[in-house]
Design a protein around this ligand. Structure first.
Ligand code: SF4
Length: 169
């Protein structure tokens, strides 16, 4: 089975139609229009900023619309050290984002506390919010963040969106 078929898109028949499923269409639209919430907390945020520039151009993946409002974003990119002092705010902002929503933990600090095994640092943002993609590195390069974004797109394309939609009603 090729990649397109795995995502729910089937080849044209003799009339020129492409068969698909509602799930596949919803997921295709969602995965190509991710609006990131840049949660820059420390040095990893500098690499996060770089992906918005022309050299790395996150717009190639449909995710260039960075929003600082939780109401207008659906993917929180936690970039940096999550201190206990900031943890409450991170959680509150995540809670204010509308579902469906996803989280990328960018770098060692966001993933597991990194080098800061200290009284003031949360040992991984997954202790307060669910994380979809963990990204290694201190800091990860911008290309690695783009790779994480592509992985997230793949994950979104395999979700049961239509089923979840009806469940929510
Ligand atoms: S992982 Fe490294 S670069 Fe990223 S916030 Fe932590 S110390 Fe800074």
């Amino acid at each position: 089975m090729d990649d397109l078929a795995k995502q729910g898109f089937y080849p044209k028949n003799e009339q020129g139609f492409v068969y698909t499923r509602l799930d596949a269409i919803i997921n295709w639209v969602r995965s190509n229009s991710i609006w990131p919430q840049p949660m820059g907390l420390a040095c990893c945020a500098i690499e996060l900023m770089a992906v918005g520039g022309s050299r790395f151009d996150i717009g190639r993946f449909g995710a260039e619309v960075m929003r600082f409002s939780p109401r207008q974003s659906d993917c929180m990119i936690v970039a940096g050290t999550v201190t206990y002092k900031m943890a409450g705010s991170v959680k509150r902002i995540y809670d204010q984002m509308a579902a469906p929503k996803w989280v990328i933990a960018m770098g060692a600090c966001a993933s597991c506390g990194g080098m800061f095994r200290s009284y003031s640092v949360l040992q991984g943002v997954d202790r307060i919010i669910p994380v979809d993609i963990y990204l290694a590195g201190c800091p990860p390069r911008p290309e690695a963040l783009l790779d994480a974004l592509v992985s997230l797109q793949g994950k979104i394309r395999e979700e049961r969106s239509a089923k979840n939609l009806f469940k929510a009603q």
